[in-house]
Design a protein around this ligand. Sequence first.
Ligand code: ZN
Length: 331
Amino acid sequence: MMNTVTCRKKQKKRWRFPLLFSLLALFALILPCTVFADVTCTPLYRNDADLPEGPVTFRDIFSKPKGERIENVMYKGEPLKDDEILKLAVNNYRYSSLLKQENIIAGKRDWKSYNLADYDALVAEAKKKEEESFYISEITDELFERIKGKSFKDDCTISREDLRYLHVLHKDIDGNVKEGEMIVNQYIAEDVLDILRELYKADYPIEKIRLVDEYDADDEASMEDNNSSSFNFRFISHTNKVSKHGLGLAVDINTLYNPYTKVVDGERIIEPVTGEPYLDREAEFPYKIQKGDLCYKLFTEHGFEWGGDWSDRKDYQHFEMPDSVVETLYG
Ligand SMILES: [Zn+2]
């Protein structure tokens, strides 16, 4: 029998991990990992139950008195933080005889089933749902209504057929799963979908992925809200050349924390203006894109150039297709 249980560790020392053992949320945390159980019918269950090796590890469960038996809990090689919740599935034996009697479980079960197939079905369903959340579509009439007159301006020179809508999942810095929407050029649609899927799988934090139309196509408002987006039709200032965002060939990620900056006539321009504290790229803060990090790697592997590499200006949020692609597509 499979159970999910709510478990709160009693600790007198500084290790105070609220542990929620729950199968229902297993998909998010432990799906690709070891599950603490003594059955071996699928690779998801392991037999080295008491001291499992792998992404979730406990140490010294029995060498200490009750109430101090869980400490140094590691997840994916990192210590669990004080406010982090670990979710785990256990079989009935572990639930009743080990965890409960040994005073590790304090709360109630969240879920139980007599059939392991139920668990497999739940996992499979969650995985399927996750995969189906990443898709590309054309710009439907309904969607066009949302962008017309905003990102798709009246003087828009790019055709609606050249654009694609992406639906994705992403995680914020706290690991909350969110739905995201982005419109890009059809030329990069598959690439951007792959990149965002990889970032999601790796828990790379992206706070918001909303259509810029939700900000009335106001870039500054979108950036101040740390929104990640791509298509927003516009010409490059004082030219009749369409910008790469106007072609849906550039993507901005975590914009507040990765601002654009340039010195013009001795004056420093910063976009968004509220991004000024994040111009210090040596400082520690969330959502920072750094050369060599996963975001940088994925975009550059897919042929994008990074604005953080430019020397006459810096655009840390910005990844774009090279000029040669624009030439090929639009002459
Ligand atoms: Zn940009």
